[in-house]
Ligand binder design. Structure first.
Ligand code: N01
Length: 511
């Protein structure tokens, strides 16, 4: 059944917040059940992450053959990926194609930001209000906000005084910014900062990189695909489709099963070399599981990666700053790179180590560190996201008895398997904290898994005429205890990163 999408007050079975990877698939899935579904998105186009993150060099680092939907054989047959790792524009085209191909647009309202969602106990339904003045009633709400959708702007003193241009990578203007001949500062060296730095270094007059934590990164091998490569990849789709649901983190290859230290040292080294030369994330997620659990194995593998990085940087003093020493390889999100470390061999690129010379303030002319002022025309904030929580707390969500998710999560973030929250009936969340694989996964695999679970659950409720579903407080407590028990065994939990919610500063603004 189609729905009118123009009225200000309207009723639906399900409202989905977000029209990115998850939202589009959720819409397709729920519509097939015959439900009245609307997806709402603040952006002016579909694609979520791939709509917003149009900064220079933005690209996936899961291969295109597993960074896609599996629900339609026709889609798999007709969409032609042009590279192993798709760039932002190609990914965005894919989501637009999906929206058109499956006629999803008629049930999507763009340029519409959900501001609040209030549970009405008597009517057993949600009312959502938007910045366009809509009042949308829905029996179920699914949040498809993405884990990394609320950009964080650190509270630098003097922020407002900068006379040049300051831009967060996730709010990059779609018309682009001409950086040619400019003095540019990039703050942040996560996956995003790395992609920006390696892309703009050759074109800017001068690039100052402000690094707080050095990151490991693996060189990307990104061959173009022609018909022959695509045919070979398609021929393997049945196995790939099978594999992604059963591997450790939703990639298409399982790691080494023998214990790390049971393998002779030369053979260990040969395996690491083979994984490294694949030019992918295999060395991280399809190598040795011990990097996540065993300090001695982590030390050895981390040193292997450090050696690989060190030799690429000419100045040993710069190399010493770029080689991570404070955490093990793979305990934070590992990015792929293309010439990132070589960028620091260029005469127009400087590395500013913020651990030695912290930022004191932003000035009208640039950035003042404890070593002096660096004059800049453009400041790029590659400072990441309020991961997992930011999308949800950006909406004023009121559950049973008027409880506020924003307030509750200030005290403690809680979910049941990342899919529901006690006190918020009929609210389903995706890419939320405490899902079995919310962040530590090839996102498309785990998000499709979550969508399928939510679809089955709603189908079950509707077919069995059950109006409300909500996890019990004890169930949630048990789940959190179980999650924490497992997480505590890992080196990931002992490392500061967006995985563990660490931001390194108290206050911040969500852009
Ligand atoms: O964000 P981040 P991101 N002063 O949080 C620094 C996905 N992604 O946007 O590490 C100075 O990783 C911060 O320093 P520190 C991917 O999952 C995927 O880069 O906290 N610096 C860090 O260097 C990725 O992991 C792709 O000490 C400050 C950086 O900013 C996730 O998105 C591409 C600071 C933030 O790094 C997030 O990546 C891009 C401050 N006050 C992103 N505050 C691909 O698929 C923060 N920083 C390839």
């Amino acid at each position: 059944m189609s729905v009118a999408t123009s009225s200000r007050k309207a009723s639906f079975d399900v409202v989905i917040i977000g029209a990115g990877f998850t939202g589009l698939y959720q819409l397709w899935s729920l519509r097939r059940l015959g439900l009245r579904v609307l997806a709402v998105d603040a952006a002016s186009g579909v694609g979520g992450t791939w709509y917003w993150n149009c900064y220079p060099g933005a690209r996936t680092d899961s291969p295109s053959n597993i960074y896609q939907y599996w629900f339609s054989d026709e889609l798999l047959d007709e969409w032609n990926w042009t590279q192993r790792y798709a760039g932002q524009a190609e990914s965005e085209r894919y989501f637009n194609h999906v929206a058109d191909r499956f006629e999803l647009r008629k049930d999507i309202r763009l340029n519409t930001r959900v501001e609040s969602a209030v549970w009405n106990e008597d009517a057993s339904q949600w009312t959502l209000t938007t910045d366009q003045g809509d009042a949308l009633e829905a029996r179920f709400v699914v949040t498809a906000l993405g884990p990394l959708s609320a950009p964080v702007v650190p509270p630098f003193v003097g922020h407002e005084s900068f006379a040049g241009r300051m831009v967060h990578t996730a709010r990059w203007p779609r018309e682009g910014i001409d950086l040619k001949g400019k003095r540019v500062g990039v703050i942040g060296t996560g996956a995003t900062g790395i992609q920006v730095i390696q892309s703009i270094a050759p074109e800017v007059a001068h690039l100052s990189v402000f690094q707080r934590t050095a990151n490991y990164a693996v060189p990307m091998s990104n061959p173009s695909y022609g018909d022959a490569e695509r045919a070979a990849i398609r021929a393997k789709y049945p196995q790939t489709r099978e594999a992604i649901w059963t591997t450790f983190v939703g990639f298409d290859e399982q790691g080494e099963t023998r214990p790390y230290f049971s393998i002779p040292v030369e053979e260990r080294r040969a395996i690491l070399e083979r994984l490294w030369s694949d030019g992918s994330l295999r060395i991280w997620v399809a190598g040795f599981m011990e990097i996540f659990f065993d300090q001695a194995a982590s030390d050895e593998i981390s040193e292997f990666v450090r050696e690989k990085i060190r030799v690429r940087i000419r100045d040993p003093k710069v190399a010493a700053k770029l080689v991570p020493q404070d955490h093990g390889f793979g305990t934070r999100r590992v990015p792929l790179e293309n010439g990132y470390f070589e960028a620091y061999n260029r005469p127009n690129v400087d590395l500013i180590d913020l651990r030695e010379t912290p930022i004191e303030r932003i000035t009208p002319k640039g950035i003042l560190t404890s070593a002096g002022e660096i004059e800049l025309d453009v400041i790029v904030l590659a400072t990441g996201f309020d991961a997992g929580t930011g999308g949800l707390t950006g909406i004023d969500i009121r559950g049973r008895d008027g409880r506020s998710l924003r307030q509750e999560w200030k005290r403690e973030v809680r979910t049941t398997m990342g899919l529901q929250i006690h006190g918020y009936p009929n609210l389903f969340t995706t890419s939320a904290p405490y899902a079995p694989a919310a962040a530590f996964c090839n996102a498309p695999t785990c998000l499709q898994h979550q969508v399928q679970w939510i679809t089955d659950c709603i189908d079950h409720l509707v077919k069995n005429q059950r109006r409300v579903i909500e996890p019990a407080a004890e169930t949630e407590q048990k789940w959190l205890a179980h999650h924490d028990e497992l997480a505590a065994m890992t080196l990931v939990a002992k490392t500061k990163s967006w995985y563990t919610g660490a931001r390194g500063y108290e206050g911040f603004e969500v852009a």
